[in-house]
Design a protein around this ligand. Structure first.
Ligand code: F6P
Length: 323
């Protein structure tokens, strides 16, 4: 029986995390389960820093970006002594189950925790990068790509006016999904992502074509791309098009903030609700996701181990429309 659960957000924050926390609290209340909200992810477990969450605490948060529980990438949790301390704290508080909202690093932490803590942990996929196996969308991704598209639309206005080439760098250390979708949606002229090898011959051919046609261009580059980022790409473009007027725009953390989109709020709320249900059903070490509009559960070990492959259909679309 589950009477008391811990919930926390960990890793990079993402819009929609608050909607998820809200759903956890309301679903738990529905089943007479008490919720302890731990602050700053695994740091809160180590320091026993938490607050009992009531429905009144989550009343006006569904539309807010960030996370009311704060977040951190805990260095200390990588050390055994602190994981043991966290396990002891949870035992002392009488917690029966844990809901971890975060991404790859969060679930790797949950796997390491298993050695010291027998409590079931359920994960809600939360990261703007959308780089987890077992879900079509992670919490934050939809809002982030809409933020990027809005920014590129604005950049396009000034790019056109000056007939400039803009290199727009978006987030994604290991994953190019933000770059890929936002490039498609904003009609970019080229996109460079870590998952696909850069074809320098094709790029040079493109430069020749741009030279003939003139006008403005938008190149989207994921921060983790092999090129080394927007400034390196700018150098490359300059070498092929010495007369071009080139500007770099790094969108940065603006992509992590803002009010979550409608889809985000709905997905995040569903994840939170089903996380509570999963604990009640005796599930453990699994991540909740949505695949083809259906709630799915993926073992942490699988969700974190594999790197996403770009779907061939998406690759084809990109190659014709934005390569
Ligand atoms: O949370 C994912 C992410 O936004 C990545 O896309 C990015 O590389 C990283 O976090 C940035 O992390 P930080 O905010 O710690 O600099």
């Amino acid at each position: 029986m589950i009477h008391k659960i811990a919930v926390f957000t960990s890793g990079g924050d993402s819009p929609g995390m608050n909607a998820c926390i809200r759903a956890v609290v309301l679903a738990a209340q529905h089943h007479n389960i008490q919720v302890l909200g731990y602050f700053k992810g695994y740091e809160g477990l180590i320091d026993n820093s938490f607050k009992v969450l009531h429905p009144s605490d989550v009343k006006d948060i569904i539309h807010r970006g960030g996370t009311i529980l704060k977040t951190a990438r805990s260095e200390r949790f990588m050390e055994k002594q602190y994981r043991i301390q966290a396990a002891e704290n949870l035992k002392k508080e009488g917690v029966d189950g844990i809901i971890a909202i975060g991404g790859d690093g969060t679930f790797k932490g949950a796997l390491a925790f298993q050695e010291h803590c027998s409590l079931p942990v359920i994960g809600c996929a939360g990261t703007i990068d959308n780089d987890l196996i077992g879900t079509d969308f992670t919490i934050g991704y939809d809002t982030a790509i809409n933020t990027v598209v809005e920014a590129i639309d604005k950049i396009r206005d000034t790019a056109q006016s000056h007939e400039r080439i803009f290199i727009v760098e978006v987030m994604g250390r290991d994953a190019g999904l933000i770059a890929l979708r936002s490039a498609l949606a904003s009609g970019a002229d080229a996109v460079l992502i870590p998952e696909l090898k850069n074809d320098s011959a094709a790029l040079v051919a493109k430069f020749e074509q741009w030279k003939k046609e003139g006008g403005s261009r938008i190149i989207v580059v994921a921060e983790g791309d092999e090129s080394g980022g927007a400034y390196k790409v700018a150098e490359l473009v300059k070498s092929g098009l010495p007369k071009a007027d080139i500007r770099v725009s790094i969108l940065g953390h603006v992509q992590r903030g803002g009010n979550p989109s409608c889809m985000e709020r709905v997905n995040a709320s569903a994840f939170g609700y089903y996380a509570v249900k999963a604990l009640q059903e005796g599930k453990r070490s699994e991540m909740i996701g949505f695949v083809n509009k259906t709630i799915t559960y993926t073992p942490f070990a699988k969700a974190v181990k594999h790197h996403l492959k770009v779907k061939p259909e998406l690759e084809l679309l990109i190659s014709v429309l934005s390569a």
